[in-house]
Write a protein that binds this ligand. Structure first.
Ligand SMILES: C[S@@+](CC[C@H](N)C(=O)[O-])C[C@H]1O[C@@H](n2cnc3c(N)ncnc32)[C@H](O)[C@@H]1O
Length: 229
């Protein structure tokens, strides 16, 4: 059966097709906003909450896991795409497992971490809403949930500013990429509400600025779990 074009399912389908060029793009530092701004922003945000243990959800080929391990953290990375987990495992320096957000929402990982991080990996609608509900069960009491994502004010582009599915694009990427993943656009207030309705106090909302454009390269949220579940 054909996968619906704007759906959580389609996101996984697209990432499966693009695992190889994605790994190459990250390892060759092809994405300027990452090398100039957002990589450092997410690493500093995670380190700022002083975790011993970290879960990287939607870890891709594992660069953030490796970076945090180098900082002395015990880190696990999970992703739904087996090829990406395979690529990550080959470079080692962390624990990895093939797990989807749906798996995490069903309680298939029964460990708790001091921090959970999602770096540009929260793309879908129900998959993300349900994952938010599962994060408190993956955290120690008062653990931190750190999310970096496309800045909604810039990400809305020419579209009206309300939550909705958007078509994907590989604009700015090389020709090895194909069939871009759709994504579910959320306004800033929707992101803030996702934290508060799932038991988090939002401790920080950062807007890392791209030095060449003077515009936000991302929105970065640091939520602290209010109570143990
Ligand atoms: C833009 S990449 C970011 C990867 C990594 N966090 C990084 O910073 O390089 C998005 C990642 O989210 C993962 N992903 C998307 N939907 C997922 C789902 N439902 N379950 C698990 N992983 C998912 C993709 O496989 C992909 O690795």
């Amino acid at each position: 059966m054909k996968v619906p074009v704007l759906s959580d399912e389609k996101i996984i389908d697209s990432w499966r097709k693009n695992a190889t060029p994605w790994t190459k793009a990250i390892r060759e530092s092809q994405i300027e906003s990452r090398t100039l701004v957002t990589n450092q922003a997410i690493v500093e945000a995670v380190l700022s909450v002083s975790p011993h243990t970290v879960l990287d959800v939607g870890c891709g080929e594992g660069w953030l896991v490796r970076t945090l391990v180098e900082q002395g953290k015990e880190v696990m990375g999970v992703d739904v795409i087996p090829e990406l987990i395979e690529q990550a495992s080959q470079l080692g320096r962390g624990q990895y497992a093939v797990l989807s957000y749906e798996d995490l929402a069903e309680g298939k990982l029964s460990r708790r971490f001091d921090a959970v991080v999602c770096n540009f990996s929260l793309l879908g609608k129900d998959s993300v809403n349900n994952l938010f509900g599962a994060i408190p069960h993956l955290l120690q009491p008062h653990g931190s949930f750190i999310v970096q994502t496309i800045h909604p004010v810039l990400g809305t582009g020419e579209h009206p500013y309300f939550d909705s599915w958007r078509e994907g694009s590989w604009a700015g990427f090389n020709n090895d990429f194909s069939d871009p993943a759709p994504w579910y656009f959320r306004t800033l207030s929707t992101w803030v509400r996702l934290f508060s309705t799932n038991g988090f106090i939002l401790q920080e909302l950062q807007e890392p600025i791209h030095p060449n454009t003077g515009l936000p390269a991302s929105a970065l949220f640091v939520g602290k779990l209010q109570t143990a579940d």
